[in-house]
Write a protein that binds this ligand. Structure first.
Ligand code: ASP
Length: 305
């Protein structure tokens, strides 16, 4: 599959993911043996971030450096790029695409990456588009499930928290039906339910799924995927305050989870996963963040080839 832009999880099939995960394994092994492949030597990646980021931006940038390429970057592009003067995303990527071989963009509008892809002369990777999608996070999430459990087929997965605004969950919900025998529990307060557009394909593809507000659904899950209530998407502080502590996974809840469950979180966490469970072997979120580097190295290799 030749890959030009990476905008939505909908673009991808299982064959692509299998290849990506094999490449990510190769990248991890090469990094640990001190011989990363320099497949991006002489290439330039531009990162345009209009919203805050730690892991996504830095892992993409580290990935590019590890592949022997270089990086140009505008962090806080909302304030410090020409966006502050009123420049559109379309104009920005037309220009930046002349300086770089690939553009990685995070923006507060959900159609931003798609618009960028229409105007950019080089591949665009969506690194988070408002409350829409975040496909590269979903790739690394699936890769983590595969590494932790040895398979993805047949897993019982609980996706927990702000499923209305959580873009990582939206992309994941579009990729999980590529696997067989999946069972998914969407666990959220009623006002933060996952939008219909991300679940409609599940029924069609024969995936078993359930929507509930009952946190006890996690007790039966192989993967517990916790998410943050997305403060920046709420129209008022009051509404956020009402929703923010809907679910907390701490020491007390650990006892009722499966002994071989895997606890994931795209991070940052702001209270929904208590640090007192970090030392439990089931807490996989720091390993998950590390996997982001390998998966993004593999993704950049695909996009630049
Ligand atoms: N880092 C993830 C994102 O950018 C998750 C989050 O912010 O809660 O979507």
């Amino acid at each position: 599959m030749t890959l030009r832009h990476v905008i939505s999880a909908e673009q991808f099939d299982r064959r692509f993911l299998d290849g990506l995960f094999d490449d990510a394994d190769t990248m991890a092994a090469a990094l640990h043996s001190g011989t990363p492949p320099v497949s991006a030597c002489g290439r330039i990646m531009a990162t345009l971030f209009y919203e805050p980021s730690t892991r996504t931006r830095l892992s993409f940038e580290a990935a590019m450096h590890r592949l022997g390429g270089s990086v140009i970057s505008t962090e806080n592009a909302r304030e410090f790029s020409s966006a502050a003067k009123g420049e559109t995303v379309a104009d920005t990527v037309r220009i930046v695409g002349g300086y770089a071989d690939v553009i990685v963009i995070r923006h507060y509008e959900r159609d931003s990456a798609e618009i960028a892809s229409r105007f950019s002369p080089v591949p665009v990777i969506n690194a988070g588009a408002g409350a829409g999608e975040h496909p590269s996070q979903a790739f690394l999430d699936l890769y983590t499930m595969k590494k932790e459990k040895g398979r993805i087929d047949g897993l019982k997965i609980a996706l927990v928290g702000d499923l209305l605004h959580g873009r990582t969950v939206h992309s994941l919900a579009r990729l999980l039906p590529l696997y067989d025998g999946m069972e998914i529990f969407f666990v959220s307060p009623p006002e933060l339910r996952i939008p219909e557009e991300y679940v409609e394909c599940l029924g069609r593809k024969g995936v078993l799924y359930n929507e509930t507000h009952d946190f006890r659904a996690v007790e039966d899950a192989d993967i517990i995927y916790m998410t943050r209530v997305q403060k920046e998407r709420f129209s008022s502080e009051k509404k956020y305050a009402r929703a923010k502590n809907c679910y907390v996974l701490g020491r007390k809840a650990l006892g009722s989870l499966k002994h071989d469950a895997v606890i994931m979180h795209p991070l940052p966490r702001v209270g929904e996963v208590s640090p007192d469970i970090d030392s439990d072997q089931r807490a996989a979120y720091f390993r998950q963040a590390m996997n982001g580097l390998y998966v993004r190295m593999a993704l950049l290799k695909h996009v630049l080839s």
